[in-house]
Design a binder for this molecule. Structure first.
Ligand code: SAM
Ligand code: SF4
Length: 351
């Protein structure tokens, strides 16, 4: 591999993973004709918070040896890039708690073909990490913020401090990781009355404030289908406070539908995964922290890449597994029929 930085190597001792140079970049389409070029990588299933809609308080995380080493992860990024992956989002768990995250970002950003590298984070550690991450090649961050009320923030995250997150937002801006996107998962009877205050942030900040329909993951929390606030209801609430929203043009690829409060500097986005899914434009696949290619956030279909990699599979063999997996990406999820993914919860998939 061309980078010379110190990276964690495989716990099984396979330390030299040299992808061949000069692969022609292939474009991969799934059987429905969607161009698969966007990879979301979970750097860890662990987190420094325990958001109530994401994971139980007493969560057991995977042991280190079950997770991809830096070197394995970079190898799989190279395979992805040879199949036309040009956009990567790092997520988790909380990606910033992964040891060596800055060097890992630098190495991923240097992989030929990767044009866009972003991260979804709770921002708790961004105060210190935003600048080094930006210098390493991280272009943008999406930051979770479910309320502006510090006491409620503490309850939603189970122990997070609002001020740490807010300093992280400012640090990301100062590091030039803009336009900044903020994510709020809306949960009925919990933070649905915070939507208006969060929307107000866009009046004087050039941010995209995105409201996400909570996806119910069985067994994770007390929140279930009845706690989902549909996108149309969120929109009505915002319009009751600010008047009709202006539609902003968009590409139907980003899951977030953008709107603007008239005269606002920033925009609002609504992600209606549950009530109005956006599967037709989805060119995403995910790599879980334990090295499985997950084909749809909300379905259990996965292709194990790490086990064959550790067993000595060649670049071509891993590439074939990835290509074939992407081709068989399911059309979409069946949340509206009450069918949920069962094998993992959000922190293990990466959101
Ligand atoms: N720890 C980072 C964070 O919170 O931004 C990244 C990982 S988190 C799993 C990725 C995204 O998934 C976050 O925006 C989070 O709010 C969202 N999320 C978590 N659980 C969810 C759920 N049950 N329904 C919808 N979104 C969820
Ligand atoms: Fe951690 Fe993000 Fe899940 Fe919250 S949503 S518990 S910050 S992984």
């Amino acid at each position: 591999m061309s980078n010379s930085i110190a990276l964690h190597t495989s716990p099984l001792g396979r330390v030299t993973l040299e992808p061949p140079d000069g692969y022609p970049i292939e474009k991969v389409f799934d059987r429905y004709g969607r161009h698969i070029h966007y990879l979301r990588i979970s750097l860890t299933d662990a987190c420094n918070l325990r958001c109530v809609y994401c994971m139980p308080e007493h969560m057991t995380f995977r042991p280190r040896h079950e997770l991809m080493s830096d070197e394995e992860l970079l190898y799989l990024v190279r395979v992805g890039a040879s199949l036309g992956v040009n956009k990567i989002r790092l997520t988790g768990g909380e990606p910033t708690i992964r040891p060596n995250v800055v060097e890992l970002v630098r190495a991923i950003a240097a992989v030929p073909g990767i044009e866009d590298l972003a991260m979804t984070t709770n921002a708790i550690l961004l105060d210190k990490l935003a600048q080094p991450l930006a210098e390493a090649g991280l272009r943008r961050v999406n930051i979770s913020i479910d309320t502006l009320n510090p006491e409620k923030f503490n309850r939603i995250t189970r122990w997070g401090k609002f001020d740490d997150m807010w300093r992280g937002i400012r640090a990301a801006e100062a590091a030039g990781m803009t336009p900044l996107k903020l994510n709020c998962v809306v949960v009925r009877h919990f933070n649905d009355d915070d939507i208006v205050d969060l929307a107000r942030l866009t009046l004087e900040n050039d941010w995209e404030m995105r409201f996400i329909e909570m996806m119910p993951f069985g067994g994770v929390s007390d929140f279930q289908q009845e706690n989902v606030v549909p996108f149309r209801e969120m929109r009505r609430r915002v319009e009751a406070a600010f008047g009709p929203l202006e539609e902003v043009s968009y590409d139907y690829v980003d899951p977030s539908r953008p709107f603007r409060i008239p005269g606002a500097m920033g925009t609002l986005g609504f992600i209606s995964s549950v009530t109005e899914p956006f599967c037709q434009g989805c060119g995403r696949v995910r790599l879980t922290a334990d090295g499985k290619l997950r084909l749809c956030l909300l379905r259990d279909d996965e292709v194990d890449l790490l086990t064959p990699l550790r067993a000595g599979a060649s670049f071509d063999e891993i590439r074939a597994l990835m290509r074939d997996g992407a081709y068989h990406k399911p059309w979409g999820h069946s949340l509206s029929e009450g069918k949920f993914a069962h094998n993992r919860v959000m922190n293990q998939i990466g959101g």
